[in-house]
Design a protein around this ligand. Structure first.
Ligand code: KG4
Ligand code: ZN
Length: 373
């Protein structure tokens, strides 16, 4: 049994400034903020997001200093709008969850400092959230049926990982990319094809008019055992083919790139599902496969992985599209999950540009490493 808890989530790790007020939605405790809250069914009470797309467009990619300055410009107006939209006072917040890594340090400092100041001024706990863990936990916001352990494919602009999620701070890495992430493959591919950034949505849109078979590309890491990915060769293959083939339809190339990325994600996910069945759960207990991160917004890839999961006897869950790309709600939700598990952080916890999901709880990590020997 939990009391209704409201957490402010703060996300500033890359190029979205996003703040959200998230409640744990449990109505079986005394609602401190009743009656307004007891009427709220939705766990996301309000969310305000500023996407820095236009700021970075002239540079063709995210520029860290431009990102940090844009976070600084936008974060206070967003905070004011957020509370106005939710019709709640600052004092309604029970805790503050701010992304502390991994990501671009300038942006992380802006968000983490706002979190620390509010935590200090309101005398409420601070949760230093790992951005990747927040993506992985985001599936539980709308799906209470997803219980630990579950398998997750995290596909974003910076990461591509297959993870066994055993608890809020207990992640086991099944495989990851050896070079570029799937999101990077979309973004770099879009650049080569003259499509706008971010490349993923642009490729997905363009691919709808194309036929992949008219512009065949190799499936990365096809037939290679294990759960690791590699996407840098796909970019080279696309570049070489564009240079060799004078007449081709951009839509065909986009469809083929999307298919090659999707097939590779599917092959390694199937390997991870088999590993999970062998090592974790070969019983009739429910098995869950979750798809998270910006690339999870792609409908074609969602379809491929949903079919693969069902074929292997897993349920398939992906967050709503607006919760796939970076957002404050997943950070607020991760804060709720961690507070429920008794985890909060000192106010001087430092933002970390590099922070692996397997390094959330150092003592547990040592135990996991020993188990794998
Ligand atoms: O999770 P995210 O918003 O930020 C990071 O943490 O990196 O992911 C951004 C990535 C970008 O590479 C973007 O091109 C990709 O997600 N993405 C997509 C789609 N929407 C965003 N990729 C494929 N299809 C989409 N619809
Ligand atoms: Zn992300």
């Amino acid at each position: 049994m939990f009391f209704i808890m409201i957490v402010l989530g703060i996300e500033t790790s890359c190029d979205e400034t996003s703040l959200a007020l998230v409640s744990d939605g449990q109505a079986n405790g005394a609602a401190k903020n009743a009656p307004a809250l007891s009427l709220q069914k939705n766990k996301i009470l309000a969310m305000e997001t500023w996407s820095q797309l236009e700021e970075h467009r002239p540079f063709g990619g995210v520029v860290p200093e431009v990102a940090a300055r844009a976070h600084l410009d936008k974060i206070m107006p967003l905070l004011t709008n957020l509370f106005r939209k939710a019709n709640l006072p600052l004092s309604a917040v029970d805790a503050i969850a701010a992304t502390h890594g991994p990501g671009l340090i300038g942006g992380l400092i802006v968000g983490a400092m706002l979190g620390k100041v509010l935590s200090f001024a309101l005398n409420k706990p601070l949760v230093a959230v790992n951005h990747l863990a927040a993506h992985a936990l985001s599936v539980r916001l709308d799906n209470p049926a997803i219980t630990f352990p579950y398998l997750t494919l995290l596909v974003s602009g910076g990461h591509c990982q297959l993870l066994l999620v055993r608890g809020v701070d207990d992640f086991l890495l099944y495989g990851e990319t050896l070079d570029d992430s799937a999101g990077e493959a979309f973004d770099k591919g879009a650049r080569l094809l003259g499509l706008p950034q971010p490349g993923g949505p642009a490729i997905e849109h363009c691919a709808k008019q194309g036929v992949a078979a008219r512009f065949p590309l190799p499936t990365p890491m096809k037939g290679v055992a294990g759960c690791d990915f590699s996407f840098s060769g796909l970019k080279t293959a696309l570049k070489n083919k564009i240079m060799k083939q004078e007449n081709f339809a951009v839509a065909d190339a986009a469809a083929s790139l999307q298919q090659a990325i999707g097939e590779s994600l599917k092959e390694k996910s199937l390997a991870a599902m088999k590993k999970y069945k062998n090592e974790v759960n070969n019983s009739t207990q429910p098995r869950h496969f979750c798809l998270v991160g910006g690339v999870a917004a792609n409908q074609f890839i969602r379809g491929l992985l949903q079919d693969a999961a069902h074929d292997e006897g897993f349920s398939f869950v992906a967050p709503a599209a607006k919760l796939c790309t970076d957002n404050g709600a997943m950070i607020g939700w991760a804060g709720i999950e961690m507070l429920r598990a008794g985890i909060s952080h000192d106010i001087d916890y430092k933002p970390r540009p590099r922070w692996a999901t397997t390094d959330l709880n150092p003592s547990r990590q040592l135990h996991n490493n020993l188990q794998q020997i």
